[in-house]
Design a protein around this ligand. Structure first.
Ligand code: ADP
Length: 473
Protein backbone atom coordinates (compact mmCIF):
# COMPACT_ATOMS: atom_id res chain seq x y z
CA UNK A 1 0.00 0.00 0.00
CA UNK A 2 1.17 3.49 -0.73
CA UNK A 3 -0.21 6.08 1.67
CA UNK A 4 1.00 9.65 2.05
CA UNK A 5 4.12 8.97 -0.01
CA UNK A 6 5.18 5.89 1.99
CA UNK A 7 5.10 2.21 1.15
CA UNK A 8 3.42 0.27 3.97
CA UNK A 9 4.40 -3.23 4.89
CA UNK A 10 1.41 -5.09 6.31
CA UNK A 11 1.36 -8.20 8.43
CA UNK A 12 -2.11 -9.01 7.11
CA UNK A 13 -1.68 -9.98 3.45
CA UNK A 14 -3.45 -11.87 0.67
CA UNK A 15 -2.12 -13.94 -2.22
CA UNK A 16 -2.14 -13.08 -5.91
CA UNK A 17 -2.32 -15.97 -8.40
CA UNK A 18 -1.43 -16.52 -12.03
CA UNK A 19 -4.77 -17.51 -13.63
CA UNK A 20 -2.97 -19.58 -16.30
CA UNK A 21 -1.07 -21.79 -13.87
CA UNK A 22 -2.72 -21.37 -10.48
CA UNK A 23 0.68 -20.52 -8.99
CA UNK A 24 1.04 -17.84 -6.30
CA UNK A 25 3.00 -14.91 -7.72
CA UNK A 26 2.96 -12.50 -4.81
CA UNK A 27 1.32 -11.27 -1.63
CA UNK A 28 0.01 -7.79 -0.95
CA UNK A 29 -1.33 -5.85 2.03
CA UNK A 30 -4.93 -6.50 2.99
CA UNK A 31 -6.34 -3.02 3.59
CA UNK A 32 -9.38 -2.24 5.72
CA UNK A 33 -11.48 0.85 6.15
CA UNK A 34 -8.94 2.30 8.61
CA UNK A 35 -6.28 2.36 5.85
CA UNK A 36 -8.80 3.77 3.39
CA UNK A 37 -9.68 6.61 5.75
CA UNK A 38 -6.03 7.28 6.48
CA UNK A 39 -5.34 7.52 2.75
CA UNK A 40 -8.35 9.81 2.29
CA UNK A 41 -7.02 12.08 5.04
CA UNK A 42 -3.59 12.15 3.35
CA UNK A 43 -5.22 13.01 0.01
CA UNK A 44 -7.24 15.74 1.69
CA UNK A 45 -4.13 17.28 3.27
CA UNK A 46 -2.19 17.10 -0.02
CA UNK A 47 -5.05 18.71 -1.93
CA UNK A 48 -4.27 22.17 -0.55
CA UNK A 49 -0.92 22.38 -2.31
CA UNK A 50 -1.53 20.12 -5.34
CA UNK A 51 -4.63 22.06 -6.38
CA UNK A 52 -2.51 25.22 -6.35
CA UNK A 53 0.23 23.89 -8.66
CA UNK A 54 0.31 25.22 -12.20
CA UNK A 55 -0.85 23.11 -15.10
CA UNK A 56 2.75 23.15 -16.32
CA UNK A 57 4.01 21.60 -13.08
CA UNK A 58 1.35 18.89 -13.18
CA UNK A 59 2.04 18.25 -16.84
CA UNK A 60 5.72 17.68 -16.16
CA UNK A 61 5.00 15.04 -13.52
CA UNK A 62 2.51 13.22 -15.75
CA UNK A 63 4.90 13.37 -18.69
CA UNK A 64 7.68 11.84 -16.58
CA UNK A 65 5.33 9.03 -15.55
CA UNK A 66 4.50 8.49 -19.25
CA UNK A 67 8.19 8.18 -20.10
CA UNK A 68 8.83 5.76 -17.24
CA UNK A 69 5.94 3.59 -18.38
CA UNK A 70 7.36 3.37 -21.87
CA UNK A 71 10.84 2.57 -20.53
CA UNK A 72 9.31 -0.29 -18.51
CA UNK A 73 6.91 -1.45 -21.18
CA UNK A 74 8.31 -4.96 -21.46
CA UNK A 75 8.48 -5.61 -17.72
CA UNK A 76 4.99 -4.19 -17.15
CA UNK A 77 3.56 -6.29 -19.97
CA UNK A 78 5.14 -9.46 -18.59
CA UNK A 79 3.80 -8.70 -15.13
CA UNK A 80 0.32 -8.14 -16.60
CA UNK A 81 0.38 -11.43 -18.48
CA UNK A 82 1.43 -13.30 -15.34
CA UNK A 83 -1.14 -11.60 -13.15
CA UNK A 84 -4.10 -11.22 -15.50
CA UNK A 85 -3.41 -13.81 -18.20
CA UNK A 86 -3.83 -11.96 -21.49
CA UNK A 87 -1.34 -12.80 -24.26
CA UNK A 88 1.91 -10.85 -24.02
CA UNK A 89 1.25 -8.95 -27.23
CA UNK A 90 -2.11 -7.76 -25.86
CA UNK A 91 -0.44 -6.78 -22.58
CA UNK A 92 2.13 -4.76 -24.49
CA UNK A 93 -0.69 -2.93 -26.32
CA UNK A 94 -2.41 -2.26 -23.03
CA UNK A 95 0.71 -0.77 -21.43
CA UNK A 96 0.95 1.59 -24.41
CA UNK A 97 -2.77 2.44 -24.14
CA UNK A 98 -2.31 3.04 -20.40
CA UNK A 99 0.68 5.31 -21.03
CA UNK A 100 -1.32 7.22 -23.67
CA UNK A 101 -3.65 8.53 -20.94
CA UNK A 102 -0.69 10.01 -19.04
CA UNK A 103 0.51 11.78 -22.17
CA UNK A 104 -2.96 12.93 -23.18
CA UNK A 105 -3.79 14.43 -19.79
CA UNK A 106 -0.28 15.89 -19.42
CA UNK A 107 -1.44 18.05 -22.36
CA UNK A 108 -5.11 18.50 -21.43
CA UNK A 109 -4.18 19.99 -18.05
CA UNK A 110 -2.87 23.03 -19.95
CA UNK A 111 -6.25 23.44 -21.64
CA UNK A 112 -8.55 23.78 -18.64
CA UNK A 113 -9.97 26.88 -20.25
CA UNK A 114 -12.70 29.02 -18.79
CA UNK A 115 -14.83 31.53 -20.67
CA UNK A 116 -16.41 34.95 -20.42
CA UNK A 117 -20.08 35.30 -21.24
CA UNK A 118 -21.67 38.58 -22.36
CA UNK A 119 -24.34 39.77 -19.98
CA UNK A 120 -27.59 41.56 -20.86
CA UNK A 121 -26.64 44.18 -18.29
CA UNK A 122 -24.03 46.78 -19.22
CA UNK A 123 -22.49 46.79 -15.73
CA UNK A 124 -22.25 43.02 -15.36
CA UNK A 125 -19.54 40.54 -16.39
CA UNK A 126 -19.77 36.74 -16.31
CA UNK A 127 -16.62 34.67 -15.91
CA UNK A 128 -16.68 30.87 -15.88
CA UNK A 129 -13.74 29.00 -14.33
CA UNK A 130 -13.01 25.36 -13.59
CA UNK A 131 -11.59 24.10 -10.33
CA UNK A 132 -10.66 20.61 -9.09
CA UNK A 133 -13.50 18.64 -7.50
CA UNK A 134 -11.30 17.57 -4.58
CA UNK A 135 -10.37 14.14 -3.22
CA UNK A 136 -11.28 11.28 -5.57
CA UNK A 137 -11.99 7.67 -4.60
CA UNK A 138 -11.23 5.33 -7.52
CA UNK A 139 -12.04 1.63 -7.94
CA UNK A 140 -10.71 -0.33 -10.91
CA UNK A 141 -11.25 -3.82 -12.38
CA UNK A 142 -8.87 -6.70 -13.15
CA UNK A 143 -9.55 -7.12 -16.89
CA UNK A 144 -7.48 -4.08 -17.97
CA UNK A 145 -5.36 -3.78 -14.84
CA UNK A 146 -3.10 -0.91 -15.97
CA UNK A 147 -5.01 1.23 -18.44
CA UNK A 148 -8.09 1.48 -16.20
CA UNK A 149 -5.84 2.97 -13.51
CA UNK A 150 -4.11 5.58 -15.65
CA UNK A 151 -7.45 6.46 -17.29
CA UNK A 152 -8.58 7.68 -13.83
CA UNK A 153 -5.37 8.77 -12.11
CA UNK A 154 -4.07 10.85 -15.02
CA UNK A 155 -7.15 13.11 -15.46
CA UNK A 156 -7.65 13.40 -11.69
CA UNK A 157 -4.08 14.60 -11.16
CA UNK A 158 -4.21 16.76 -14.30
CA UNK A 159 -7.31 18.50 -12.94
CA UNK A 160 -5.54 19.24 -9.64
CA UNK A 161 -7.39 16.58 -7.64
CA UNK A 162 -5.79 14.07 -5.29
CA UNK A 163 -6.78 10.41 -5.35
CA UNK A 164 -7.06 7.16 -3.43
CA UNK A 165 -7.15 4.05 -5.62
CA UNK A 166 -8.41 0.60 -4.73
CA UNK A 167 -7.44 -1.80 -7.53
CA UNK A 168 -9.12 -5.16 -8.12
CA UNK A 169 -8.10 -7.88 -5.68
CA UNK A 170 -7.08 -10.15 -8.59
CA UNK A 171 -4.53 -7.66 -10.01
CA UNK A 172 -2.94 -5.51 -7.30
CA UNK A 173 0.63 -6.12 -8.53
CA UNK A 174 0.04 -4.10 -11.71
CA UNK A 175 -1.34 -1.28 -9.54
CA UNK A 176 1.75 -1.34 -7.33
CA UNK A 177 3.99 -1.13 -10.42
CA UNK A 178 2.08 1.95 -11.62
CA UNK A 179 2.30 3.63 -8.22
CA UNK A 180 6.07 3.02 -8.15
CA UNK A 181 6.18 4.93 -11.42
CA UNK A 182 4.06 7.77 -10.05
CA UNK A 183 6.35 8.05 -7.03
CA UNK A 184 9.47 8.11 -9.21
CA UNK A 185 7.88 10.66 -11.53
CA UNK A 186 7.66 13.04 -8.60
CA UNK A 187 4.01 12.90 -7.56
CA UNK A 188 4.12 14.57 -4.12
CA UNK A 189 3.26 12.64 -0.94
CA UNK A 190 -0.48 12.16 -0.44
CA UNK A 191 -1.45 13.18 -3.98
CA UNK A 192 -1.88 9.59 -5.19
CA UNK A 193 -2.54 6.82 -2.68
CA UNK A 194 -3.00 3.08 -3.15
CA UNK A 195 -5.02 0.83 -0.86
CA UNK A 196 -5.08 -2.85 -1.79
CA UNK A 197 -7.69 -5.09 -0.18
CA UNK A 198 -9.09 -8.60 -0.49
CA UNK A 199 -12.57 -7.43 0.53
CA UNK A 200 -13.47 -4.38 -1.56
CA UNK A 201 -16.74 -3.52 0.21
CA UNK A 202 -15.38 -1.67 3.28
CA UNK A 203 -13.05 0.40 1.10
CA UNK A 204 -15.87 1.31 -1.28
CA UNK A 205 -18.04 2.18 1.72
CA UNK A 206 -15.31 4.46 3.11
CA UNK A 207 -15.12 6.27 -0.26
CA UNK A 208 -18.91 6.70 -0.35
CA UNK A 209 -19.37 7.86 3.24
CA UNK A 210 -16.22 9.77 4.22
CA UNK A 211 -17.21 13.41 3.60
CA UNK A 212 -13.65 14.33 2.56
CA UNK A 213 -14.15 12.35 -0.68
CA UNK A 214 -15.93 14.52 -3.23
CA UNK A 215 -15.99 12.21 -6.19
CA UNK A 216 -16.12 8.49 -6.93
CA UNK A 217 -14.91 6.98 -10.17
CA UNK A 218 -15.59 3.30 -10.74
CA UNK A 219 -15.09 0.76 -13.51
CA UNK A 220 -16.68 -2.65 -12.98
CA UNK A 221 -20.01 -4.43 -12.94
CA UNK A 222 -23.37 -2.66 -13.15
CA UNK A 223 -24.45 -4.33 -9.90
CA UNK A 224 -21.55 -2.88 -7.90
CA UNK A 225 -21.83 0.50 -9.66
CA UNK A 226 -25.44 0.77 -8.51
CA UNK A 227 -24.48 -0.18 -4.96
CA UNK A 228 -21.84 2.53 -4.85
CA UNK A 229 -24.26 5.11 -6.28
CA UNK A 230 -26.79 4.22 -3.57
CA UNK A 231 -24.19 4.34 -0.83
CA UNK A 232 -22.91 7.73 -2.01
CA UNK A 233 -26.39 9.20 -2.58
CA UNK A 234 -26.89 10.75 0.90
CA UNK A 235 -23.89 13.01 0.23
CA UNK A 236 -24.71 13.37 -3.48
CA UNK A 237 -21.13 12.74 -4.53
CA UNK A 238 -20.04 13.25 -8.10
CA UNK A 239 -19.95 9.82 -9.78
CA UNK A 240 -18.30 8.48 -12.90
CA UNK A 241 -19.39 4.92 -13.61
CA UNK A 242 -18.09 2.72 -16.41
CA UNK A 243 -20.14 -0.47 -16.11
CA UNK A 244 -21.15 -3.56 -18.02
CA UNK A 245 -22.14 -3.87 -21.64
CA UNK A 246 -23.98 -6.13 -24.05
CA UNK A 247 -22.67 -4.91 -27.38
CA UNK A 248 -24.61 -5.65 -30.56
CA UNK A 249 -22.51 -6.32 -33.67
CA UNK A 250 -24.63 -5.80 -36.80
CA UNK A 251 -23.57 -7.18 -40.19
CA UNK A 252 -25.78 -5.87 -43.01
CA UNK A 253 -26.20 -7.84 -46.23
CA UNK A 254 -24.09 -5.36 -48.24
CA UNK A 255 -21.03 -5.99 -46.04
CA UNK A 256 -18.23 -8.33 -47.05
CA UNK A 257 -19.04 -11.35 -44.85
CA UNK A 258 -15.43 -12.58 -44.74
CA UNK A 259 -14.09 -9.20 -43.67
CA UNK A 260 -16.88 -8.79 -41.12
CA UNK A 261 -16.31 -12.29 -39.70
CA UNK A 262 -12.60 -11.53 -39.27
CA UNK A 263 -13.44 -8.32 -37.43
CA UNK A 264 -16.08 -9.95 -35.26
CA UNK A 265 -13.83 -12.86 -34.28
CA UNK A 266 -10.96 -10.52 -33.44
CA UNK A 267 -12.96 -8.21 -31.19
CA UNK A 268 -15.06 -10.99 -29.64
CA UNK A 269 -12.04 -12.95 -28.39
CA UNK A 270 -9.96 -9.96 -27.34
CA UNK A 271 -8.91 -10.52 -23.72
CA UNK A 272 -10.77 -13.87 -23.94
CA UNK A 273 -14.04 -11.95 -24.16
CA UNK A 274 -13.42 -10.27 -20.82
CA UNK A 275 -14.11 -6.72 -21.96
CA UNK A 276 -17.08 -4.47 -21.36
CA UNK A 277 -17.10 -3.58 -25.07
CA UNK A 278 -17.06 -7.23 -26.20
CA UNK A 279 -19.79 -8.07 -28.75
CA UNK A 280 -22.43 -10.13 -26.96
CA UNK A 281 -25.04 -10.37 -29.74
CA UNK A 282 -23.75 -10.72 -33.29
CA UNK A 283 -26.66 -10.00 -35.67
CA UNK A 284 -25.92 -11.26 -39.19
CA UNK A 285 -28.22 -10.80 -42.19
CA UNK A 286 -29.46 -14.22 -43.24
CA UNK A 287 -28.41 -13.65 -46.88
CA UNK A 288 -24.70 -13.72 -45.90
CA UNK A 289 -24.92 -16.02 -42.88
CA UNK A 290 -23.25 -19.00 -44.53
CA UNK A 291 -19.95 -17.39 -45.61
CA UNK A 292 -19.87 -15.39 -42.36
CA UNK A 293 -20.20 -18.51 -40.19
CA UNK A 294 -17.71 -20.46 -42.30
CA UNK A 295 -14.98 -17.83 -41.92
CA UNK A 296 -15.77 -17.25 -38.25
CA UNK A 297 -15.64 -20.95 -37.44
CA UNK A 298 -12.37 -21.48 -39.34
CA UNK A 299 -10.76 -18.65 -37.42
CA UNK A 300 -12.00 -19.93 -34.07
CA UNK A 301 -10.68 -23.41 -34.78
CA UNK A 302 -7.19 -21.95 -35.30
CA UNK A 303 -7.15 -20.08 -31.96
CA UNK A 304 -4.74 -21.55 -29.44
CA UNK A 305 -5.60 -21.36 -25.74
CA UNK A 306 -2.86 -21.33 -23.13
CA UNK A 307 -0.37 -19.37 -21.11
CA UNK A 308 -0.12 -15.86 -22.58
CA UNK A 309 3.68 -15.96 -22.29
CA UNK A 310 3.72 -18.34 -25.31
CA UNK A 311 3.76 -16.38 -28.55
CA UNK A 312 1.20 -18.55 -30.39
CA UNK A 313 -1.48 -18.17 -27.72
CA UNK A 314 -4.58 -16.09 -28.59
CA UNK A 315 -6.90 -17.23 -25.80
CA UNK A 316 -5.71 -16.66 -22.26
CA UNK A 317 -7.40 -17.91 -19.10
CA UNK A 318 -10.58 -16.56 -17.55
CA UNK A 319 -10.24 -14.79 -14.23
CA UNK A 320 -11.53 -17.52 -11.91
CA UNK A 321 -13.69 -20.61 -11.43
CA UNK A 322 -16.90 -18.59 -11.22
CA UNK A 323 -16.23 -17.07 -14.65
CA UNK A 324 -15.83 -20.56 -16.16
CA UNK A 325 -19.10 -21.68 -14.60
CA UNK A 326 -21.02 -18.64 -15.81
CA UNK A 327 -19.76 -19.02 -19.38
CA UNK A 328 -20.45 -22.75 -19.40
CA UNK A 329 -23.98 -22.24 -18.03
CA UNK A 330 -24.77 -19.73 -20.77
CA UNK A 331 -23.51 -22.14 -23.44
CA UNK A 332 -25.43 -25.11 -22.04
CA UNK A 333 -28.59 -23.03 -21.73
CA UNK A 334 -28.30 -21.85 -25.35
CA UNK A 335 -27.69 -25.37 -26.70
CA UNK A 336 -30.60 -26.77 -24.66
CA UNK A 337 -32.86 -24.12 -26.22
CA UNK A 338 -31.81 -24.97 -29.76
CA UNK A 339 -28.61 -23.05 -30.59
CA UNK A 340 -26.07 -24.79 -32.83
CA UNK A 341 -22.60 -25.30 -31.37
CA UNK A 342 -19.91 -24.95 -34.07
CA UNK A 343 -16.75 -24.74 -31.95
CA UNK A 344 -15.77 -25.13 -28.31
CA UNK A 345 -18.37 -25.38 -25.59
CA UNK A 346 -16.03 -27.07 -23.12
CA UNK A 347 -13.59 -26.26 -20.36
CA UNK A 348 -9.99 -26.99 -21.41
CA UNK A 349 -7.94 -29.05 -18.99
CA UNK A 350 -5.42 -31.00 -21.10
CA UNK A 351 -1.72 -30.86 -20.29
CA UNK A 352 -0.46 -27.56 -18.97
CA UNK A 353 -3.99 -26.11 -18.97
CA UNK A 354 -5.08 -28.27 -16.05
CA UNK A 355 -4.31 -25.73 -13.33
CA UNK A 356 -5.69 -22.68 -15.14
CA UNK A 357 -9.16 -21.35 -15.91
CA UNK A 358 -9.38 -22.11 -19.61
CA UNK A 359 -12.53 -22.30 -21.72
CA UNK A 360 -12.44 -23.20 -25.40
CA UNK A 361 -13.26 -20.39 -27.83
CA UNK A 362 -16.88 -21.07 -28.62
CA UNK A 363 -19.15 -20.29 -31.56
CA UNK A 364 -22.94 -20.57 -31.28
CA UNK A 365 -25.39 -19.80 -34.08
CA UNK A 366 -29.17 -19.65 -34.07
CA UNK A 367 -29.22 -17.73 -30.79
CA UNK A 368 -32.69 -16.44 -29.82
CA UNK A 369 -34.09 -13.98 -27.26
CA UNK A 370 -35.18 -16.92 -25.08
CA UNK A 371 -31.56 -17.73 -24.25
CA UNK A 372 -29.67 -16.24 -21.31
CA UNK A 373 -26.74 -15.22 -23.48
CA UNK A 374 -29.08 -12.91 -25.42
CA UNK A 375 -29.54 -10.72 -22.33
CA UNK A 376 -26.77 -11.48 -19.83
CA UNK A 377 -23.25 -10.16 -20.20
CA UNK A 378 -21.01 -13.16 -21.00
CA UNK A 379 -17.51 -11.84 -20.21
CA UNK A 380 -15.98 -14.92 -21.79
CA UNK A 381 -14.95 -16.48 -25.12
CA UNK A 382 -18.39 -17.21 -26.56
CA UNK A 383 -19.65 -15.72 -29.83
CA UNK A 384 -23.45 -15.73 -30.13
CA UNK A 385 -24.73 -15.36 -33.70
CA UNK A 386 -28.31 -14.25 -34.35
CA UNK A 387 -29.79 -14.19 -37.86
CA UNK A 388 -31.96 -11.30 -39.03
CA UNK A 389 -34.00 -10.72 -42.18
CA UNK A 390 -35.64 -7.36 -41.88
CA UNK A 391 -33.43 -4.31 -41.72
CA UNK A 392 -36.24 -2.18 -40.33
CA UNK A 393 -36.27 -4.15 -37.07
CA UNK A 394 -32.56 -4.25 -36.44
CA UNK A 395 -32.23 -0.99 -34.52
CA UNK A 396 -35.03 -1.99 -32.16
CA UNK A 397 -33.43 -5.42 -31.63
CA UNK A 398 -29.97 -3.95 -31.02
CA UNK A 399 -31.33 -1.34 -28.61
CA UNK A 400 -33.39 -3.90 -26.68
CA UNK A 401 -31.02 -4.11 -23.68
CA UNK A 402 -30.50 -2.28 -20.39
CA UNK A 403 -26.92 -1.72 -21.45
CA UNK A 404 -25.61 1.01 -23.75
CA UNK A 405 -21.83 0.88 -23.95
CA UNK A 406 -20.49 -0.26 -27.33
CA UNK A 407 -22.01 -1.31 -30.66
CA UNK A 408 -20.47 -2.34 -33.98
CA UNK A 409 -21.83 -2.10 -37.51
CA UNK A 410 -20.54 -3.50 -40.80
CA UNK A 411 -21.94 -1.96 -43.97
CA UNK A 412 -20.69 -0.39 -47.18
CA UNK A 413 -23.78 1.79 -47.50
CA UNK A 414 -23.14 5.33 -46.30
CA UNK A 415 -26.70 6.32 -45.51
CA UNK A 416 -27.27 3.06 -43.65
CA UNK A 417 -24.09 3.72 -41.67
CA UNK A 418 -25.24 7.20 -40.68
CA UNK A 419 -28.80 6.11 -39.85
CA UNK A 420 -27.55 3.24 -37.71
CA UNK A 421 -24.96 5.41 -35.96
CA UNK A 422 -27.66 7.91 -35.09
CA UNK A 423 -30.25 5.32 -34.06
CA UNK A 424 -28.17 3.10 -31.78
CA UNK A 425 -28.45 3.98 -28.08
CA UNK A 426 -24.82 3.24 -27.24
CA UNK A 427 -21.94 5.49 -26.22
CA UNK A 428 -19.28 4.01 -28.52
CA UNK A 429 -20.08 2.87 -32.05
CA UNK A 430 -17.61 1.26 -34.42
CA UNK A 431 -18.64 1.51 -38.07
CA UNK A 432 -16.49 -1.01 -39.93
CA UNK A 433 -14.19 -0.43 -36.95
CA UNK A 434 -13.51 -2.98 -34.24
CA UNK A 435 -11.29 -0.69 -32.19
CA UNK A 436 -13.06 2.64 -31.67
CA UNK A 437 -10.99 3.43 -28.55
CA UNK A 438 -8.17 5.89 -27.90
CA UNK A 439 -7.02 8.19 -25.09
CA UNK A 440 -8.17 11.02 -27.37
CA UNK A 441 -11.74 9.67 -27.78
CA UNK A 442 -14.54 9.71 -25.18
CA UNK A 443 -15.25 6.29 -23.64
CA UNK A 444 -18.43 5.59 -21.71
CA UNK A 445 -21.95 4.29 -21.83
CA UNK A 446 -25.61 5.17 -21.84
CA UNK A 447 -28.41 3.57 -19.79
CA UNK A 448 -27.14 1.03 -17.21
CA UNK A 449 -23.66 1.03 -18.73
CA UNK A 450 -22.81 4.09 -16.71
CA UNK A 451 -22.39 7.78 -16.24
CA UNK A 452 -19.75 10.11 -17.61
CA UNK A 453 -16.94 9.70 -20.11
CA UNK A 454 -13.27 8.85 -19.74
CA UNK A 455 -10.39 9.99 -21.94
CA UNK A 456 -10.73 12.79 -24.48
CA UNK A 457 -11.61 16.41 -23.66
CA UNK A 458 -14.55 15.17 -21.57
CA UNK A 459 -12.33 13.02 -19.36
CA UNK A 460 -10.81 15.90 -17.44
CA UNK A 461 -14.18 17.65 -16.98
CA UNK A 462 -15.30 14.74 -14.79
CA UNK A 463 -12.77 15.96 -12.21
CA UNK A 464 -13.60 19.66 -12.43
CA UNK A 465 -16.30 21.86 -10.97
CA UNK A 466 -17.70 24.71 -13.05
CA UNK A 467 -17.74 27.99 -11.17
CA UNK A 468 -19.56 31.09 -12.37
CA UNK A 469 -18.50 34.56 -11.30
CA UNK A 470 -20.97 37.39 -11.85
CA UNK A 471 -19.21 40.76 -11.41
CA UNK A 472 -20.90 44.13 -11.21
CA UNK A 473 -18.35 46.72 -12.22
P1 ADP B 1 -16.08 -7.80 -12.09
O1 ADP B 1 -17.30 -8.62 -12.28
O2 ADP B 1 -15.52 -7.20 -13.31
O3 ADP B 1 -15.07 -8.39 -11.15
P2 ADP B 1 -16.77 -6.03 -9.97
O4 ADP B 1 -17.71 -4.89 -10.07
O5 ADP B 1 -17.08 -7.13 -9.02
O6 ADP B 1 -16.64 -6.50 -11.45
O7 ADP B 1 -15.31 -5.51 -9.65
C1 ADP B 1 -14.77 -4.32 -10.12
C2 ADP B 1 -14.10 -3.60 -8.99
O8 ADP B 1 -15.09 -3.33 -8.00
C3 ADP B 1 -13.00 -4.38 -8.28
O9 ADP B 1 -11.98 -3.49 -7.86
C4 ADP B 1 -13.72 -4.94 -7.07
O10 ADP B 1 -12.85 -5.17 -5.99
C5 ADP B 1 -14.65 -3.79 -6.74
N1 ADP B 1 -15.82 -4.16 -5.94
C6 ADP B 1 -16.54 -5.30 -5.97
N2 ADP B 1 -17.53 -5.26 -5.05
C7 ADP B 1 -17.44 -4.07 -4.42
C8 ADP B 1 -18.16 -3.41 -3.38
N3 ADP B 1 -19.22 -3.98 -2.79
N4 ADP B 1 -17.77 -2.17 -3.02
C9 ADP B 1 -16.73 -1.57 -3.61
N5 ADP B 1 -16.01 -2.13 -4.59
C10 ADP B 1 -16.34 -3.36 -5.00
Amino acid sequence: MFINGEWREMTDTFAVYNPATGEEIGRVGNGRSSQANEAIQAAHTALASWSQTTAYQRSEVLYRAYQLMLERKKALAELMTREQGKPLKASTFEVQYGADFLLWFAEETKRIYGETIPSARADQRFIVAHQPVGVVGAITPWNYPISMITRKVAPALAAGCTIVLKPAEATPLCAIAIFEILEEAGVPAGVANLVTALDPAPIGHAFCTNPLVKKITFTGSTAVGKKLAQDAAPQLKRMSLELGGHAPFIVFDDADPVHAAKGASLVKFLNTGQACISPNRIFVHRAIMEPFLKTFSQRVSRMVAGNGMNAEVAIGPLVNEAAIEKVDEQVRDAVALGATLHNGGIRLTEGALVDGYFYAPTLLSGVTPAMRIYREETFGPVAAIIPFDDEDDILALANDTHYGLAAYVYTQNLSKAVRTFEGLNFGIIGINDINPTSAAAPFGGMKESGLGREGAREGIMEYLETKLGGFVV
